[in-house]
Design a protein around this ligand. Structure first.
Ligand code: GTR
Length: 377
């Protein structure tokens, strides 16, 4: 007979040893949402800040202004109004600007829900006159939603040696502290600033904003949702390592690899955990849990083995105990679904599609189906 502990580990599969999202430092488990909200949620968030994404030093900045620089009332053959916005604010080292594009459905009779895309690819994907599946504004507007997008490069520079060109440098010293915010946290902070502007846009219902990101943008969307409870829905597409995918037992990209390839995305403390995932005080299912009781959505592509679809799905399953405190389920099943069979019945949606690493129209159609079902429209 195997010793009990080994049997338990084997029966739990390769995700054995995950931190229990309900466990407190004193070794007892919480049982109510009040306990989660009063202390354990903050403690979990603190661990993610300290060990992975970093501590963000500022909220809505001084001198925050948002102006419409151009407005096209009859864009997309009359289906939409497009507004080009310039957000500006002061930092200890000068001004910075974020320039979102806002596409509003003309047929709407009341303020609509919106999808806010963190664009980590070419800026021209945000151009409403450039039809593309990464930011399919025509389709979003046709379904009665507003589409808002901003380029992450407005906030921070996605380069190993880009520190001095980004917003972090405008607030932080020459050499950032080991737990200081890194790029992902800075981009997430930028998404919150765009949400600040959305609060003043009369044609959008700011209580119904979904933050969306793909890949590094998907990691950013999750962190934005964890840090900013104003996001009602948090959507991560193919976010993989240090996004939705659980790090323990993950295949494809590892903590070690991501820190080597992209040291600027996460803080210095995170570098200690390369090859030592078991020593991380948290794992990524707890990031999904930080979004509770709000809606979350994780999407994967079956050929994207670098991101690891099964580990992405697993975080939705392992976040379930926190959603259960609210009487809610996440995906409602621990069984990995078939391609093209989205799981949309719970508070956390999931789908895996055919093909490789990308954000496509079919992903968006699923996000909008989910939002429709959850009363965003
Ligand atoms: C990959 C990287 C991933 C992912 C992606 C992207 O090469 O290893 O973590 O974020 O890039 O952002 O496109």
């Amino acid at each position: 007979m195997r010793p009990l502990i080994i049997s338990l580990l084997l029966s739990a599969g390769c995700f054995a040893g995950l931190p229990d999202p309900l466990m407190q430092a004193d070794g007892t488990k919480i049982t109510t949402k009040e306990q989660w909200e009063k202390s354990l949620r903050a403690e979990t968030l603190r661990k993610f800040r300290e060990n992975i994404y970093g501590v963000t030093p500022v909220g809505k900045p001084e001198g925050f202004k948002a102006v419409v620089t151009k407005e096209v009332p009859d864009a997309l053959d009359g289906a939409a109004t497009v507004k080009f916005i310039e957000i500006s604010f002061n930092t200890p080292k000068g001004e910075r600007k974020i320039r979102p594009v806002v596409v509003l459905p003309n047929k709407a009779e009341k303020p609509t829900a919106a999808f806010l895309l963190i664009n980590n690819r070419k800026p021209d994907l945000l151009d409403p006159d450039n039809p593309n599946g990464f930011f399919p504004v025509r389709e979003i507007v046709a379904r009665g939603y507003a589409a808002v997008g901003f380029h992450y490069g407005d906030v921070d520079v996605d380069k190993k040696d880009g520190y001095q060109g980004g917003v972090r440098f405008q607030y932080d010293p020459e050499k950032p502290a080991d737990d200081a915010w890194a790029c992902v946290a800075a981009w997430a902070w930028g998404a919150s600033r765009v949400l600040d502007y959305i609060g003043s846009e009369p044609r959008i219902d700011a209580k119904k904003v979904a933050v969306v990101g793909h890949s590094r943008g998907g990691k950013t969307a999750l962190w934005a949702g964890a840090e900013d409870p104003r996001f009602a829905l948090v959507i991560s597409n193919d976010s993989g390592c240090t996004g939705a995918a659980i790090s323990r037992g993950k295949v494809g990209e590892s903590v070690k690899k991501i820190n080597e390839l992209f040291p600027h995305w996460f803080n210095t403390n995170y570098k200690k955990f390369g090859g030592k995932e078991d020593e991380l005080p948290v794992d990524q299912h707890q990031l999904v849990a930080l979004i509770a009781p709000r809606h979350a959505y994780v999407a994967s592509a079956i050929e994207d083995t670098w991101a690891d679809p099964k580990s992405e799905f697993r975080s939705c399953v392992e976040a379930a105990p926190v959603y259960a405190l609210y009487g809610m389920k996440t995906t409602g099943t621990a069984e990995f679904p078939a391609i093209g069979t989205p799981l949309h019945t719970g508070q956390v949606g999931y789908h895996v599609r055919a093909g490789n690493h990308d954000l496509k129209l079919v992903d968006w159609q699923n996000f909008m189906d989910f939002a429709d079902l959850k009363g965003f429209r």
